[in-house]
Design a protein around this ligand. Structure first.
Ligand SMILES: C[S@@+](CC[C@H](N)C(=O)[O-])C[C@H]1O[C@@H](n2cnc3c(N)ncnc32)[C@H](O)[C@@H]1O
Length: 399
């Protein structure tokens, strides 16, 4: 610094400013304008902002998510603790800007972003309600924490309690209704309505209207403010798809997939045919139970049939859905690709869904999941009510 500059600066701020303004001395370096932080558009797929946000709990391979993306939703949080399901989920939703969170019981509600809709296909666990009446007797208030603590439904409830989303969709097996003589379902309804204050409606929906599979699941929808949503108004399509629609045709009309089929004709690989040993065992087992008057046993089906429910244990013996083959040959299991179609993750004959895991894991994941077009139909049915709720919410926020 020159002697003059030192002198001017020592003279005080006003003199220094004047000297800088006249160009006699250099002024202090101007701070560089802060660069705007790069803001990722979630999903990064479209420029258009999403119509609403949702979170995907017990996400599995994202069957519920697909339904709510189809009506304009954007997933802002995912929880799934199984590493193989995470792998499939990540492969099929590669553009997310959020990580897949693990064990939901360890997640602090404050770390979950705000959202308009909560989705949860929570595993059904027994509820111990034994403690409730004791607490009542002691005159203690009992909220949902007392009723459901220690169950995964409790984690759903505590997230709803904290974030109070405009709506939620819970999905479970049909047996939830009669579980523990109806007490479990009653507790769930009580918590959702009385403790959390939501208006709910529920319905058992069979996936067979959309794919050739008899699969009954209960869907529970809740709205924070009653929007007049009625499940009874949901019309299921009359279509009755048959297994023919989802099986590998094996006649060269399908793009061959060397993982599941062989040759240019796309014939199903022999590895899916049951060993004679297993086939003999299943037949003996069925005979034994039939003689005892029980209906257990395998489900042997062909192209003109509808399959039983694909279960998470299908990888074990495949007994609930066995595909008939030529005379004298043991039947075969579905391939994982056929399971993707049976669950509606792929179109009939389609093969877009990425299956990055072993056949065993893939069977487990599809068997745990939902019939995607059924969820889309439910989401479509919710849409006008949801959008009405969100519009009212925005009005309140602005006004
Ligand atoms: C019935 S499946 C739901 C499948 C899902 N709806 C789909 O479309 O694939 C329940 C899922 O919850 C996961 N899960 C169970 N307990 C969990 C926990 N404590 N935290 C996170 N995920 C959990 C399981 O690994 C399983 O994938």
């Amino acid at each position: 610094m020159s002697e003059y500059a030192t002198m001017v600066k020592q003279a005080g701020r006003a003199t220094a400013d004047k000297a800088v303004a006249n160009g006699w001395i250099d002024g202090p370096a101007k701070p560089v304008a802060a660069q705007p932080k790069l803001k990722l558009v979630r999903g990064d797929k479209s420029e258009a902002p999403a119509d609403f946000t949702f979170i995907d709990l017990f996400a599995g391979i994202g069957g519920l998510r697909r339904g709510f993306e189809s009506i304009g939703g954007q997933c802002v949080f995912t929880s799934e603790w199984d590493k193989y399901s995470q792998k499939t989920y990540a492969a099929n939703f590669p553009d997310d800007d959020h990580e897949i969170n693990g064990d939901i019981t360890k997640v602090d509600v404050a770390d979950i972003p705000e959202h308009d809709v909560l989705l949860a296909g929570f595993p059904c666990q027994p509820f111990s309600i034994a403690g409730v009446s004791k607490k009542n007797a002691l005159g203690r208030a009992h909220g949902f924490e007392d009723k459901t603590q220690g169950t995964l439904f409790f984690d759903v409830a505590r997230i709803i309690a904290h974030h109070r989303p405009a709506a939620f969709l819970l999905e479970n097996v049909r047996n939830l209704i009669g579980h523990d003589k109806g007490k479990t379902f009653q507790t769930i309804k009580d918590v959702l309505t009385e403790e959390l204050g939501y208006t709910i409606d529920w319905r058992v929906i069979d996936g067979r209207s959309w794919t050739p599979q008899h699969r009954e699941r209960i869907f529970i929808i809740g709205f924070r403010e009653d929007q007049g949503f009625r499940f009874a108004d949901l019309k299921t399509p009359d279509a009755a798809p048959k297994l023919r629609d989802i099986l590998h045709p094996g006649d060269g009309s399908e793009v061959p997939d060397q993982r599941f089929t062989v040759g240019n004709s796309g014939r199903v690989s022999e590895k899916y045919t049951l060993t004679d040993h297993l086939w003999n065992y299943l037949q003996r087992y069925k005979e034994k139970h039939q003689a005892a008057g029980n209906g257990f046993g395998f489900g042997l089906v062909g192209p003109d049939d509808v399959a039983r429910t694909l279960s998470a244990r299908y990888y074990k013996d495949g007994s609930e859905i066995l595909i008939r083959q030529e005379e004298g040959k043991a039947p075969r299991r579905l391939t994982p690709r056929e399971c993707a179609r049976l669950m509606g993750f792929d179109e009939p004959q389609g093969n877009e869904f990425i299956i990055p895991v072993s056949d065993t894991q893939a069977y487990r994941q599809f068997g745990n999941s939902v019939v995607v077009p059924a969820v889309k139909a439910v989401a479509e049915h919710m849409k006008p009510h949801l959008f009405k709720a969100l519009a009212a919410q925005r009005k309140v926020a602005v006004g």
